[in-house]
Design a protein around this ligand. Structure first.
Ligand SMILES: Cc1cc2nc3c(=O)[nH]c(=O)nc-3n(C[C@H](O)[C@H](O)[C@H](O)COP(=O)(O)OP(=O)(O)OC[C@H]3O[C@@H](n4cnc5c(N)ncnc54)[C@H](O)[C@@H]3O)c2cc1C
Length: 446
């Protein structure tokens, strides 16, 4: 029997692939539903995958991560993911930036289809079945302990480390059944092959509380420190009044001691604590990694398509044609009016000053601010609020052709439990689907 732990994107694909190849598969899920993160992905619309040739998709990842997922992404491509869904009635469309979404459908429809694949393949799905321990003996996987269901509102169980903590095999053999009761409310399930697909540790209320890492560590694996990635960024002195205001198509830059360390182009959303949206998520991984090295400041180029000189000309022309217009209304041509006063004041220019009286120095300051508005120093990047976490099981300890652990016989790892974190754009689900698919296939034909 193959046990798959975690019914997220990776676990669903691993279980489906293994069962469709004829294996007897049980999929153990801690919470009371499968695919919670798929359901909340893309704001409930589910950015299923990313369009384009595989090499282009891989280029979005860091080189070592791309190298690792390359074989899996060729074995289970973005095209195949899409075909799997469209062949069951889901219509999809590709945005100009390559992100693929359902047309009228939602993440719920995606999950419904995935569930139909699991059911048809004969996967036994066990909900409310939190694995609390993983057992190996003599370097081989022998089974897992499943704990009692956890009420979601009370949070989910923290795992207990347990490499070889007890001889599951002996306990099970003594009972002469494949599984048997252990401590009260716990159940031991024996298996020779185990796919760990319990995800990372962001959005812990969804069920992903980093359970897999203590097990992996106890089994001898290296686990790189989980770091926030694709997360909102909290700023010192964030103005809660700005919360909910968005900047369209800007370039967000992160600077450490004045030196640019990351940039992302797209939309930026102000929040109660700082910034979020694609731009913030896009730079968050580097910011989180380097925050300990010194103060990191964020600035936004609000008009990336307009060079300094063009903006200068625009201000001069408007000042000439509409000399009585307040300066803030010139700024409001480029950013939401709720922010234009702030930008003027922060540039030392009275927002109500008539445009005709704007002198060269003030004009320069406004142009500088539009091209590099200082949003503040980074206070924190909350790991738990990220769409993914960076860090996880070290990639060089897992065979990228099979997802088999190089250290423990019968152990397969896939999805976000591994040290993989792609950018926004459907990349992370693609990585989870593809590594899950390969893990399921290899576990069936080791
Ligand atoms: C808000 C949000 C939006 C996102 N949007 C997108 C998007 O649009 N496109 C994209 O590509 N990516 C998106 N992502 C990222 C993507 O969802 C994840 O990278 C992907 O789901 C990871 O898949 P996984 O199977 O490895 O882990 P998960 O999907 O996290 O699944 C892990 C599963 O394991 C279960 N589990 C955990 N511990 C145990 C245990 N002890 N016993 C049993 N089961 C356990 C969990 O309950 C969960 O069901 C988003 C993420 C978030 C949080």
């Amino acid at each position: 029997m193959i046990l798959v732990v975690g019914a997220g994107a990776a676990g669903i694909f691993a279980a489906w692939r293994a069962a469709s190849l004829g294996a007897r598969v049980t999929l153990l899920e801690k919470t009371s539903r499968i695919g919670t993160k798929i359901l909340i992905s893309g704001g409930g619309k589910c950015n299923i995958t990313h369009d384009g040739p595989i090499e282009e998709v891989l280029r979005a990842f860091r080189p070592e991560e791309a190298r690792f997922i390359r074989p899996a992404c060729y074995r289970w491509t973005n095209r195949q993911v899409v075909e799997m869904l469209t062949s069951r009635g889901l219509e999809v469309y590709t945005r100009p930036d390559g992100r693929i979404f359902p047309v009228d459908g939602t993440a719920k429809d995606v999950l419904r289809i995935l569930r139909s694949y699991l059911d048809e393949a004969g996967v036994e799905v066990r909900l409310d079945s939190p694995v609390v321990d993983v057992h190996a003996e003599g370097g081989r996987i022998v089974g897992v302990t499943v704990g009692p269901p956890m009420p979601a509102h009370k949070g989910y169980a923290k795992p207990t480390a347990g490499y070889g903590a007890k001889s599951l095999l002996q306990a099970v053999q003594a009972e002469d059944t494949p599984s048997g009761a252990a401590r009260s409310g716990e159940e031991l399930i024996a298996c020779e092959r185990l796919v760990l697909a319990v995800g990372g540790s962001s959005y812990p209320n969804s069920g992903t509380t980093g359970d897999g890492w203590p097990w992996a560590r106890a089994l001898g694996h290296t686990v790189l420190k989980p770091q926030a990635a694709l997360a909102p960024i909290y700023l010192e002195g964030a103005d809660p009044e700005r919360s909910g205001v968005a900047l369209r198509d800007c370039v967000l830059k992160a600077r450490l001691a004045g030196k640019e360390i990351a940039r992302w182009r797209g939309d930026l959303l102000f929040t109660h604590h700082g910034v979020s949206g694609p731009c913030a998520l896009g730079v968050s991984r580097v910011v989180a990694e380097r925050l300990a090295q010194g103060e990191i400041a964020l600035e936004a180029d609000i008009v990336p398509n307009l060079p300094h000189e063009r903006l200068q000309e625009e201000f001069v022309a408007v000042g000439r044609e509409h000399p009585k217009r307040p300066v803030c209304s010139l700024i409001a041509l480029h950013l939401p009016s709720r922010l234009s006063d702030d930008l003027c004041r922060e540039s030392g220019v009275d927002p109500d000053l008539p445009a005709g009286r704007l002198d060269k120095r003030s004009r320069n300051r406004l142009v500088e601010a539009l091209k590099g508005w200082r949003l503040g120093a980074v206070r924190h990047v909350p790991l738990e609020k990220g769409e993914v976490v960076a860090g996880g099981v070290a990639l060089d300890e897992v065979d990228p052709q099979t997802m088999h652990s190089r250290l423990v016989e019968g152990l397969y790892l896939c999805g976000e439990i591994l040290d993989i974190a792609g950018p926004v754009g459907g990349y992370n689900l693609q990585a989870a689907f593809a590594t899950g698919y390969v893990a399921g296939e290899s576990a069936t034909h080791p």
